[in-house]
Design a protein around this ligand. Structure first.
Ligand code: FAD
Length: 267
């Protein structure tokens, strides 16, 4: 099906090829799919590298300023936090799990929801898996790092408390994820979970992000609801937003991502 859509980056593996790449995979795994050009990055390092590069190019970061109001003053925008006001000709709403609240301030009403995906990481283990691994028959994804620790995910959700910017783990779902990992990689029976955590993340009903101009206001753009894929999409979204803000144009077709693709009343 992917080939018929023009995508050739994934190759099928039979059981022997799968075992060559993942010698510790369970015997019942009959085959796999590999994407040779895919990679991974560590969010903390990658995000800070982008921040430093932006600062070197003149960007300024103001942390700890919660935006309370966004409104028009003449042709400018006035963005007010508890302690400071910021005036700007153009604004971008990239407020993640809180972006629907900022959207309303700009004039756009959007059916965004939010959730709390969870991850866990083990203590160090002998090396047994190099690639990032996912399963298709049930929720499982994991990655073993160079220091031997194994990151366990798969999309299970904890409990989100957006008003307080807090999340709580659902340990029973994490246990399911751990059982899946053991089923695919028996060596995981020896694993000890070191830490687990979850973060607040925005979703749209179609699991596609909102990217593009406000439907109601001039000189305002949105980029949010990355529906669990915002880390990998971050760099290209940055490029698109920079093009939109500076020239009003981008080479990408943003129609599927427009903010008003769901019919909603203006609040
Ligand atoms: C456990 C977990 C695993 C994940 N794994 C992956 C993965 O493997 N690959 C992948 O691509 N993605 C993954 N994601 C998703 C990815 O992390 C998100 O899609 C991405 O971080 C969203 O980026 P963002 O900039 O839209 O939002 P955020 O990173 O949430 O940034 C929004 C920012 O806006 C700020 N903000 C909100 N409201 C206000 C306000 N009123 N005033 C001031 N600031 C405000 C927030 O404080 C926050 O700093 C994962 C997420 C989680 C939680």
């Amino acid at each position: 099906m992917m080939h018929s859509h023009g995508y050739f980056h994934e190759q099928m593996l039979d059981a022997r090829e799968l075992r060559e790449r993942l010698p510790h995979v369970a015997h019942h795994c009959a085959g796999g799919v590999v994407s040779e050009q895919d990679g991974y990055a560590i969010p903390f390092k990658a995000t800070h590298a982008f921040r430093r590069a932006a600062e070197l190019n003149g960007a300024r970061f103001y942390e700890g300023h919660k935006v309370r109001h966004v409104r028009r003053v003449g042709s400018d925008w006035l963005v007010s936090s508890d302690s400071t006001d910021f005036e700007a000709l153009k604004i971008v709403n990239c407020a993640g799990a809180w972006a629907d609240l900022i959207s309303v301030m700009i004039g756009d009403n959007v059916p965004m929801s939010y959730s709390a995906p969870m991850l866990g990481i083990t203590t160090r283990m002998p090396h047994f898996a190099h690639p990032v691994v996912g399963a298709v028959s049930r929720p499982l994804s994991f990655k073993q790092f160079e220091n031997g620790t194994v990151l366990l995910g798969g999309g299970a959700k904890g409990f989100a408390d957006r008003a307080h910017n807090r999340t709580r783990l659902d340990y029973s779902l994490m246990a399911n994820g751990a059982r899946n990992a053991i089923e695919f990689f028996p060596i995981m029976k020896t694993a000890s979970i070191n830490r687990m955590w979850s973060g607040l993340e925005a979703y749209m009903p179609d699991n596609l992000p909102v990217i593009g101009p406000s439907a109601r206001s001039e000189n305002a753009w949105h980029a949010f609801a990355f529906s669990a894929h915002g880390f990998q999409l971050g760099p290209v979204i940055g490029e698109i937003m920079a093009d939109l803000v500076t020239s009003g144009k981008t080479g990408f077709d943003l129609a599927p991502f427009r903010i008003n693709r769901y019919d909603r009343k203006v609040l």
